[in-house]
Design a protein around this ligand. Structure first.
Ligand code: FHN
Length: 440
């Protein structure tokens, strides 16, 4: 997926002001800099209404799970491509995909403890290995025919649903095993076979496992270049997602089938910057070195995850945090630890995160942002400016204030401005979140 995030970070150090930009956050000159046809196929009638999307926008935090045959070599989910492993050689890893410790309920419990309101599991990644009993799978390359001999998707969807976690399924339309992935125009019959697999498998996933809440397409692009929109000529994403809507009318759909989808994606560990975005969007990031399991134990620090969450929600976005289970189905303990600590933090700061809207003030990159709900305004401070944080005046006088993250902060609110000053020596956590209750 080629993605361009070229937002102009307009920030004044201590003062948040309201900035208006075009609805995609890009200025004209930035948009013209985008060489690829990243303009997805539009079809407004296929998109969910604001009310249908409301649960997802309010959920804010989800768990991403990259699990598949690639966990066996333990070198990330692109190992087959990066190491040029022939498909028949790669398929031998199936003997090592035992899933002997796979416990979908344990995954659901972890998502709950982590304060994650939805989960997205890779039903099939670019390598073609499917985690369910899929008759449409090319070569029956599935977890039923691996050492696991289990329908992982059946267990996962049931466990997440009974835990009250939104049920999300990731699906890669393209499949490296098809020569037509690399030469779609030169091998039209093979390309049609790959397309048939996609349509057959999406129908299976959308009709056999109960209500699905999120369909996370990823890997619409072809020939290892370009954007998902560039491959719409093959996938015909309007037909594909019309079928999806018939089977799952309320499912939230990602923009990576070539159709615009219900939200926009931002990916990776780069800092979220720029103004509030007045559309639904989600940042996905991985705790590990890759998205799939890797044998090294690199794990993103809790403080970095907290900053990403705050930077996302203060700009109106969600965040999808990825774990990569090992071949037995065990999520690396270091990743479990970060998620459990994140859950404890979200229990404390949840009112500033869940079901909030961004604002009333624009964020300042690397410094602060705000969220709001009813009569409450939450100020999220990543870095205290010298002399305290100066915000514009609030719409109503402040009735009371409290620091959700501990320590004490003086609040001086007038009709001109609002100044927040941390007490000398007070705790400086990765993020300080102050709740301001406004007068009715
Ligand atoms: O190629 C995939 C990658 O393996 C991973 O699944 C990420 C997660 O969003 N998406 C694609 C890269 O953009």
């Amino acid at each position: 997926m080629l993605s361009f995030t070229a937002l102009l970070g307009i920030a004044t150090l201590a003062l948040c002001t309201r900035i208006s930009v075009a609805d995609d956050g890009l200025t004209d000159e930035q948009r013209s800099a985008l060489k690829q046809n990243t303009d997805p196929v539009r079809a407004a009638a296929l998109r969910l209404s604001d009310s249908q999307l409301q649960w997802w926008r309010g959920a804010k935090v989800g768990m991403f799970i990259h699990w598949g045959l690639y966990a066996v070599p333990g070198e990330g989910e692109w190992v087959m491509h990066n190491k040029k492993i022939p498909a028949d050689e790669y398929a031998k890893y199936a003997d090592g995909f035992t899933a002997v410790k796979f416990d979908a309920k344990a995954w659901a419990d972890l998502a709950q403890r982590g304060g994650m309101k939805y989960a997205v599991l890779t039903a099939r990644h670019h390598d073609g290995f499917s985690l369910w009993d899929s008759p449409s799978s090319h070569g029956h390359f599935t977890s039923m025919n691996a050492a696991s001999k289990r329908d992982i998707i059946a267990e996962y969807t049931a466990a997440m649903r009974s835990a009250g976690i939104g049920v999300g399924i990731y699906y890669s339309p393209m499949d490296w095993r098809f020569p037509a992935y690399f030469k779609p125009h030169e091998l039209p019959d093979n390309a049609q076979l790959m397309k048939q697999q996609t349509y057959g498998q999406i129908r299976e996933l959308m009709s056999r496992y109960g209500k699905i809440d999120v369909l996370w397409y990823d890997g619409g692009w072809l020939a290892h270049k370009g954007s998902d929109a560039d491959a719409a000529w093959l996938w015909d994403p309007i037909t594909l997602n019309t079928m999806v809507r018939e089977l799952q009318p309320n499912v939230v759909i990602s923009p990576r089938s070539g159709w615009e989808g219900d939200f926009r994606c931002e990916e990776g560990a780069g800092e979220i910057k720029g103004p509030i975005r007045d559309y639904a969007w989600e940042k996905c990031l991985t705790l590990g070195r890759a998205w799939g399991y890797t044998k090294d134990r690199h794990t993103m620090a809790l403080a970095e995850v907290q900053a990403h969450i705050v930077n996302a929600v203060t700009r109106g976005g969600n965040i999808l945090i990825n774990v990569g289970p090992d071949p037995e189905g065990v999520i690396p303990p270091e990743q479990v630890k970060v998620i459990e600590k994140l859950g404890q933090w979200l229990q404390t700061v949840g009112p500033a995160i869940y079901a909030t809207r961004p604002g009333p003030f624009e964020p300042v990159d690397g410094v602060c942002g705000t969220t709001q709900r009813d009569r409450f305004v939450y100020v999220h401070v990543l870095r205290w400016p010298e002399g305290g944080l100066v915000l514009p005046s609030l719409p109503k006088p402040v009735k009371s204030s409290r620091v959700l993250t501990g320590g004490s902060v003086q609040v001086a609110a007038t009709t001109e401005k609002t100044v927040l000053t941390p007490a000398p020596g007070t705790d400086r956590p990765a993020v300080t979140i102050i709740e301001l209750e406004l007068q009715p």
